[in-house]
Write a new protein. Structure first.
Length: 362
């Protein structure tokens, strides 16, 4: 009879063991599902970042931060070939490693990966070994996965993730990493237009002002910091007459003088660019018509009071030359195309009578 309680006890223990194993499996499954959901949520984060009005380099850095956080990656580095050189776009490694990380395309261990557009996983088997590409601090990385990046079959750089643990990526879901790699490529492709816009921004040699492209790239985040803004475009309407009657040098001096005076009249929070030729744009960030009307009246008067000298060899005294300014102003609403507003303003100025020099709200 004494055996019955023992048998019952053993049975209970067996049931508990089975229950615990079952619970453990369920928890493991739940954690795996939760981890995958968390990683898939990263895709939405990528899309959100892509749509933000921030510079391209900042977007790529934020994307890299999401990768590190969601995928629990020790080190993640994105390197892009810009047509002239390999540029490190994002990395959470120490800066002293950046030169090495931008030269991985020259390493034999990765050349076949680049040529075949396939990922490459490398690791070490003992602490006294080092990864083939390492030049400094051999303990920093002991495992690495290298992903070449291609846009429309054109090689544009690579993404490399690293770990300080030996065989760290042996059981990693490479399928999901391939999806993430493709997303990185898609994001780089999506923001390539913005990259182009930012790279062609130039500084005008006469006025020291940014060109119009500045409005559509680097300045966009500042402009969109307010729900609405006023966009004012003005044109020196008599510039051709000045060039023909006096000289092109005099015309250039008028443009320089107008730009320099306008710089002193607008607030530091506003944005001022040379749009094209004798046209300039001022973005009054977060302001409305009532806020700027007096400023525009004063500015217009000051600009038209500007004088530059024209020295004629036949005259005893220099001639004083002044500009005529025509203003047109429109509303800009956050999130819309600011280029649509500037095109509309430019169209108005180009079609206005040459003798017109007013302040027009459209």
């Amino acid at each position: 009879m004494a055996l019955i309680p023992i048998v019952v006890l053993i049975g209970i223990i067996g049931i508990l063991i089975f229950y615990n194993v079952s619970i453990k499996k369920r928890l493991t499954t739940f954690n795996n599902v939760s981890s995958k959901i968390n990683k898939l949520n990263a895709l939405q984060d990528f899309m959100n970042i892509t749509g933000e009005d921030i510079p391209v380099d900042e977007k790529i850095n934020k994307i890299n931060e999401v990768l590190i956080d969601k995928f629990e990656i020790k080190y993640s580095t994105i390197v892009v070939f810009d047509g002239a050189e390999y540029v490190l776009k994002a990395s959470n490694t120490d800066e002293k490693y950046w030169k090495n990380l931008t030269n991985l395309h020259t390493e034999e261990v990765f050349k076949d990966s680049i040529n075949t557009a396939t990922p490459k996983y490398i690791t070490i088997d003992s602490e006294d070994e080092k990864l083939p590409y390492q030049k400094l601090d051999f303990s920093r990385a002991k495992s690495a996965m290298f992903f070449p990046l291609y846009i429309d079959n054109v090689y544009i750089g690579y993404w490399i993730i690293e770990s300080s643990v030996i065989h760290a990526f042996d059981d990693t879901d490479t399928t999901l990493l391939e999806v993430i790699k493709d997303d990185i490529v898609s994001i780089l492709k999506t923001i390539s237009y913005q990259t182009a816009m930012e790279s062609i921004v130039r500084t005008d040699q006469f006025t020291g002002l940014h060109s119009a492209e500045y409005l559509y790239g680097q300045a966009k985040a500042t402009i969109d910091s307010a729900p609405t803004s006023m966009v004012a475009m003005f044109k020196i309407t008599n510039i051709e007459e000045i060039n023909n009657t006096y000289s092109r040098v005099t015309g250039n001096n008028i443009i320089i003088s107008v730009a320099n005076w306008a710089k002193t009249c607008i607030e530091s929070t506003d944005i001022f660019v040379r749009y094209m030729g004798p046209k300039f744009v001022i973005i009054f960030v977060g302001k409305n018509e009532e806020n700027i009307i007096e400023t525009l009246k004063s500015l217009k008067q000051d600009l038209e009071d500007t004088q530059v000298e024209y020295n004629d060899e036949k005259a005893f005294e220099p001639t004083l030359v002044s500009p005529k300014i025509n203003f047109v102003v429109g509303n800009y609403y956050k999130g819309t195309g600011i280029e649509k507003v500037t095109m509309k303003l430019e169209e108005y100025l180009d079609n206005a009578p040459k003798e017109e020099h007013n302040i027009n709200f459209i």
